[in-house]
Design a protein around this ligand. Structure first.
Ligand code: 2IT
Length: 447
């Protein structure tokens, strides 16, 4: 069976040259589901894996717009609709200068299993553009979003494909894209999630991802007889995900000692809490660097320009910035510092060799596709809210989110145990996410 998994990885490499991020996630997932393929030769027979690693559809399109100086700008937009076996394609849109098919495909592929893990009826997809929102005026962002949607609208719909935000796409961008979609199709429908509260958005969607990550981390610690109370936590990033994570960690009695931005990281042994979290929010919306101003305002904090926080000793690490933030050398530092837990907040923040090293050295790793699934789970609740022409209260949302995260942890842990893998959340999440998609694909024939 190892042989057949290698063959699939070779197919993925051949079909997707120059896309290492996509190959990285394919290798990670397929290696974990090997025992499932052994138990289900009919999956191999049905070409299920060859179909799974090939997006059902992918579009690339020109996005032309005019900047504030009257100059024509051209970007490239994408939407990869990866798998619709269990529901409409669902996944965010990322605006960042480094966006190319390898990034969108890695995110879309991850999304298949993440969405399945939520237990909700959503398939996997992802989109984006190589557009850098940093330094753009509000009017430029609006024109870009409108131009992007003028092409994307024909590929999406409340029952077809429901995008949301990701890096570089927040409530403002979703608002502009939603307005343009509605203008074109002349129909009010829940085609995007992460909308503003005034027009169909879900209470709590903004912090859902971060809150969910902390619920997941709490379950990891609980399974090992520990709690978050008094734990020192190293967190990276400073966006939505970091903000929600920091808030919930503080609420549950943990101490956040770092945050990071493109300019470096902040070490604040007194804890990032209270007015400091509010200040983070202010800095985030300013579009500027965050660490230098933070250290200026709170002089007890130390600023380490150009560095990452992985060498700081902590009980728990929660990377929340972007993919591949943690390499083997960082994992070695964590192990040397005696940590026992890493809970991934951002998508695929850890390289495969770093994950292996951590796990080989007894660190419990909570994989992102399980730990950060609270965001997309709340997106699906937003879809339900829109389809039901209703509004859910924050309490209704938080309660569902917590239950979903507890279930994801349990299902991942159980799946690994069923295959004799012990408490292995990385393999368990891949297996549990895969099982449902595989059953649906088998039932639906060769499509
Ligand atoms: O990575 C993710 O799960 C997201 N960016 C959110 C996707 C969504 O559809 O809410």
């Amino acid at each position: 069976m190892a042989n057949i998994v290698e063959q699939y990885i070779e197919i993925a490499k051949k079909r997707n040259p120059g896309e290492p991020e996509f190959i990285q996630t394919v290798e990670e997932v397929l290696t974990s589901i090997e025992p499932v393929l052994e138990a289900h030769p009919e999956y191999v027979e049905a070409g299920l894996i060859e179909r799974l690693i090939e997006p059902e559809r992918g579009v690339s399109f020109r996005v032309s717009w005019v900047d504030d100086n009257g100059k024509v700008q051209v970007n490239r937009g994408y939407r990869y609709q990866f798998n619709s076996a269990i529901g409409p394609y669902k996944g965010g849109i990322r605006f960042a200068p480094n966006v190319y098919p390898g990034i969108i495909k890695f995110l879309g592929f991850e999304q298949i299993f993440k969405n399945s893990l939520t237990g909700l009826p959503i398939g996997g997809g992802k989109g984006g553009a190589d557009f850098d929102p940093n330094g753009k005026s509000d009017a430029e962002v609006m024109r870009f979003c409108q131009a992007f949607m003028t092409e994307l609208y024909r590929h999406i719909g409340a029952y077809t494909d429901v995008p949301a935000g990701d890096l570089g796409v927040g409530t403002r961008e979703i608002g502009y894209m939603f307005g343009q979609y509605k203008r074109i199709v002349d129909r009010y429908e829940g085609v995007l999630t992460g909308k503003g509260l005034a027009y169909g958005g879900l209470s709590g969607r903004t912090e859902a991802t971060g809150y969910g990550i902390v619920f997941f981390a709490r379950e990891m610690l609980k399974a090992c007889g520990e709690s978050l109370e008094g734990k020192k936590v190293v967190v990276s990033g400073f966006g939505n995900v970091t903000w929600g994570t920091v808030q919930k960690l503080n609420e549950l009695g943990a101490k956040v000692i770092t945050i990071s931005g493109p300019d470096g990281y902040i070490l604040d042994e007194a804890g990032v809490s209270g007015e400091k979290v509010d200040y983070l929010l202010e800095l985030r919306s300013s579009g500027k660097n965050i660490c230098a101003p933070y250290a200026e305002k709170f002089p007890e904090a130390k600023f380490f320009p150009g560095e990452k926080p992985w060498g700081v000793k902590a009980d728990l690490y929660i990377p929340c910035a972007t993919q591949n933030e943690i390499h083997l050398a960082d994992a070695e530092k964590m192990v040397a510092n005696g940590t026992k837990f890493l809970c991934e907040g951002s998508n695929m923040p850890t390289t495969n060799e770093a994950i292996k090293y951590l796990m080989d050295n007894g660190v419990v790793v909570g994989p992102s596709k399980a730990a950060n699934a609270g965001g997309v789970a709340c997106s699906c609740i937003e879809m339900g809210q829109n389809a039901g022409h209703t509004v859910f209260s924050p309490a209704q949302v938080y309660e569902q989110l917590e239950t979903i995260m507890v279930n994801i942890h349990k299902n991942a842990a159980d799946a690994a145990a069923r295959y004799g893998l012990g408490y292995n959340l990385v393999a368990g999440a891949n297996i549990a996410g895969f099982e449902k998609v595989a059953q649906a694909m088998m039932a639906q024939g060769i499509v």
